[in-house]
Design a protein around this ligand. Structure first.
Ligand SMILES: *[C@@H]1O[C@H](CO)[C@@H](O)[C@H](O)[C@H]1NC(C)=O
Ligand SMILES: *[C@@H]1O[C@H](CO)[C@@H](O)[C@H](O)[C@H]1NC(C)=O
Length: 436
């Protein structure tokens, strides 16, 4: 199903309405717009936040752009262009180098945050639409939210009326309360407005927020960053499907050490170029394994030294990324010990029973090559240790545990948790239940 133009337009219009027109609670019931003809009638609006490989990114280059790669400066690109789209996989080697160059982030120690290279402006298109961010891997068209959107359609959900989406810039990681983030402060404001407006158009019904994978972490942090009163008023239910929350997991270590193998599918780009790009992203260090979850067990084994979750800063230095240590310590380490519950009804969905990287062995200390992997339990991406820690540390908190439900699906892989028939039908049941 593609995006309907009216759907996209109304989502856009929503965002453009001045605050004064977005009157909410004070509006008498008789003045609220009634849902027409039962289409979306009675439904709680839902906002979908897709996984990391789903959102598009657009860029614009200015005169200040000084590419590290000669040849990329040719300003044949005027105005906004699609930097990361479902056509990016077709890039030839030369173009792929420019992609890598323009995607890079730099850490600004004064700002205490990441930003684009000078001369590169970026934006995320299709905010508000659930249809805008689809799979970028041609061999896996089913990735992202397509199947879920179709299923929601059969429940009566309609794009732009009751069904919305909130794509984000996959290079940045969401902050915890108390941290600043230029990207996410704006994104969280847009999201709050999207939800307030969606609620207003649906008889004041609070929204369901559903995120998958990294989008699940974004959903969780959005809710945890919102004032409690706002959550009570506007969030009916939070559904996190295999969230890559800050308890972390082992796979991001492989991506950092040896390159992101399947996060960005660009066959013409050399693995080491992708790795150098990936290492500049905040997301590269955001979900590394947390000491509180992984303890002292050796996660990375090299000839002379083993590294546990306590030794990650040393590991970053050992692989030549001393630059990443400061942002890791300043921004990510505090997140790894932050276990506040979202304090809204929460359904937490996980896959188990699939071999999942648990230990990485670099026998020759050669990080340029993929490691030997020791597998344990999980969904092929998230380790079971991380799932159990979430249940215990977040789900079981007083005030949360009465409205916490954890569902595990045996044999369902990370990406399939939003496409597999069994998991999908359980998610639909949760959404139907939240609408009762
Ligand atoms: C690529 O993305 C655009 C914009 O979202 C969409 O219209 C188009 O159908 C997508 N193409 C494929 C092959 O998925
Ligand atoms: C590293 O861990 C492995 C596996 O647990 C162990 O056999 C080895 O002795 C450890 N090496 C060092 C240097 O501690």
């Amino acid at each position: 199903m593609g995006a309907t133009l009216p759907g996209l337009l109304s989502a856009l219009l929503l965002l453009l309405l001045p605050a004064s027109l977005r009157v909410r609670d004070q509006l008498p019931a008789s003045h609220r717009r009634e849902a027409k003809d039962g289409i979306g009638g009675g439904l709680h609006p839902i906002v979908l936040i897709p996984g990391m490989s789903c959102p598009d990114l657009e860029a614009r280059l200015t005169d200040a752009y000084r590419p590290l790669t000669p040849g990329c400066s040719r300003v044949e690109r005027v105005g906004w262009f699609g930097l990361l789209t479902n056509r990016t996989w077709k890039l030839d080697a030369e173009r792929a180098e420019c992609f890598v160059d323009q995607m890079r982030l730099v850490y600004d120690p004064v700002l205490g945050d990441f930003r684009n290279l000078p001369g590169v402006e970026t934006r995320v298109p299709y905010f508000g639409s659930a249809a805008g961010s689809g799979s970028k891997i041609p061999t896996h068209p089913e990735f992202c939210m397509g199947a879920l959107r179709s299923a929601l359609g059969t429940l009566g959900y309609r794009e732009g009326e009751t069904l919305f989406g909130a794509p984000y810039d996959p290079r940045y990681a969401p902050p915890i309360p108390g941290q600043t983030s230029p990207f996410y402060s704006r994104y969280f404001r847009q999201m709050a407005r999207l939800i307030e407006d969606a609620s207003e158009r649906n008889n004041g019904r609070p929204a369901i927020v559903l995120g998958h994978s990294f989008g699940g972490a974004v959903a969780l942090e959005f809710v945890r960053n919102a004032p409690l009163q706002w959550r009570d008023r506007f969030v009916r239910h939070l559904i996190t499907v295999a969230p890559t929350w800050s308890g972390g997991y082992v796979r991001p270590l492989t991506a950092f050490l040896s390159g992101p193998v399947d996060l960005f599918f660009i066959p013409a780009a050399p693995q080491l170029a992708m790795r150098s790009m990936w290492r500049t992203f905040e997301t590269a260090v955001a979900t590394l394994p947390s000491p509180a979850v992984f303890g002292r067990r050796p996660l990375v084994i090299t000839r002379n030294r083993n590294y546990s979750a306590y030794d990650i800063a040393d590991l970053l230095v050992a692989v030549g990324s001393a630059d990443a240590v400061r942002p890791f310590r300043e921004r990510e380490l505090p997140k790894m010990e932050y276990f506040e519950a979202p304090m809204v009804p929460l359904t937490y969905i996980s896959g188990v029973g699939i071999p999942t990287a648990e230990q990485l062995i670099y026998r020759d200390d050669d990080f340029d090559r993929l490691p030997e992997v020791v597998y344990g339990d999980g969904d092929d991406t998230i380790n079971i240790a991380s799932v159990l820690a979430f249940e215990e540390k977040v789900g079981m908190q007083p005030g949360q545990k009465e409205r916490f439900k954890s569902m595990k699906f045996a044999g369902v892989q990370h990406s399939a948790l939003i496409t597999d028939e069994r998991a999908l039908s359980a998610i639909m049941d949760e959404i139907a239940e939240a609408n009762r």
